[in-house]
Design a protein around this ligand. Structure first.
Ligand SMILES: *[C@@H]1O[C@H](CO)[C@@H](O)[C@H](O)[C@H]1NC(C)=O
Length: 184
């Protein structure tokens, strides 16, 4: 019986130890743990950015007094909620949404500073997202954008997205192919 109660208090002590430590602000519990498992994932989809018409998916929310006179719309800021689809056809299956903002941040070319969350809504990555932050020189055939993070299966994601314009019109609407490679 004595043995039993000794081992019982011992278990109690072990069980309460980490809790006691985490309450001591002078001695924070820092867990140093390196994950060995890393995955490289390649995802391809099409991004539909519609600024014209009655139901645009990207809207101008601010601009500088000089933006409209600038050939690059320097200073204009847009908020987007753009559908991502499986193929270039706008009617093809929606796999996600790109939500966030982009602004014209270059005077000598059309260069957009993009801060967008690409959230997947269907398929293998449903509920997970990646975050793209960087400059998009839209007139270039291939643009490389940094992937700076993610959620869900893409926690700790880092990588890059290659963006290629598939189609555009004079109103500023565009369909862009994305080829994203991330380590997570
Ligand atoms: C997508 O990107 C990967 C990695 O950079 C590359 O190996 C692959 O050829 C690309 N695919 C297309 C269709 O561009």
């Amino acid at each position: 019986m004595a043995n039993l109660s000794v081992s019982f208090s011992f278990i109690l002590l072990i069980a309460t130890l980490p809790w006691t430590q985490s309450l001591n602000p002078k001695k924070p519990v820092i867990s140093r743990h390196l994950s060995q498992k890393q995955t490289v994932t390649n995802i391809q989809f099409y991004f539909h950015d519609t600024v014209s018409g009655k139901t645009p998916s990207a809207i101008k929310v601010a601009e500088a007094p000089t933006s409209s006179k600038s050939p690059t719309l320097f200073g204009a800021l847009f908020i987007a909620d753009d559908p991502l689809t499986e193929s270039p056809d706008p009617k093809s299956k929606e796999v996600g949404r790109a939500q966030g903002l982009y602004g014209s941040a270059a005077q000598q070319e059309i260069g957009l500073m993009m801060a967008l969350t690409y959230e997947f809504t269907a398929g293998e990555f449903k509920g997970s997202s990646i975050v793209v932050l960087g400059k998009n020189s839209v007139m270039h055939t291939v643009r490389e954008l940094p992937v700076v993070g993610g959620t869900g299966v893409f926690r700790f994601a880092r990588g890059y997205a290659e963006a290629r314009t598939y189609w555009f019109n004079t109103l500023g609407d565009a369909i862009v192919g994305y080829n994203v490679t991330v380590i997570h």
